[in-house]
Design a protein around this ligand. Structure first.
Ligand code: ZN
Ligand code: ZN
Length: 179
């Protein structure tokens, strides 16, 4: 869906759409595994400057490879977004500190408007956690033999891989033996 500057000059544009998997090209890290539902509004903040404010909600589930065990994991995303886009030409004339105003995230567009899909891609990527893990308790892959330790304990002696256990051992050493 294209949000045209021309239309925004006449009215607030409302959107309420479901975007099937495969229509938005994310990066190689994630794939969309459910339809993406989004609804919200786009309006002109300032006619003469062409600033477009896009606000709404987004719901989608994406799949990515777990950073620890390398299995595919699902990440549900439900996010509210409120973004301001300025014409790229307008941005060139301004100093950096002028653009970064009021804590609002500012993006840029070129030409007669912007594609909603481009905005949604950005929102989804920003909503993902830095570390993509299938589960807080994911045990990951054994550094010695490569076994996924969520599926089977390989029995390798790998010392202090899990930080929680090494802390517990250190604590036990401090307390001393009980018997
Ligand atoms: Zn995992
Ligand atoms: Zn192992």
């Amino acid at each position: 869906m294209f949000i045209s500057l021309h239309e925004l000059e006449l009215r607030t544009v409302r959107f309420n759409v479901d975007i099937p998997a495969g229509e938005i090209d994310y990066d190689s890290k994630i794939t969309q595994s459910s339809p993406l539902h989004t609804e919200g509004t786009a309006k002109l903040l300032n006619h003469s400057l062409g600033e477009i404010r896009v606000e709404g909600d987004l719901n989608v589930t994406v799949e990515a490879t777990c950073d620890r065990c390398l299995e595919t994991a699902k990440f549900p995303i439900g996010n509210h977004f409120d973004l301001v886009y300025m014409p790229a030409a307008e941005a060139k004339g301004r100093a950096e500190d002028e653009i970064d105003q009021g804590g609002l995230e500012v993006g840029y567009y070129e030409g007669g408007g912007l594609a909603l899909e481009d905005i949604l891609r950005e929102v989804v990527l920003l909503a993902l956690p830095m570390q993509l893990i299938c589960d807080e308790a994911c045990k990951g892959i054994c550094p010695s033999c490569g076994q996924n330790r969520n599926q089977r304990d390989c029995g390798c002696q790998t010392e202090a891989v899990d930080d929680r256990w090494s802390k517990l051992r250190a604590l036990r050493a401090e307390i001393g033996p009980h018997n």
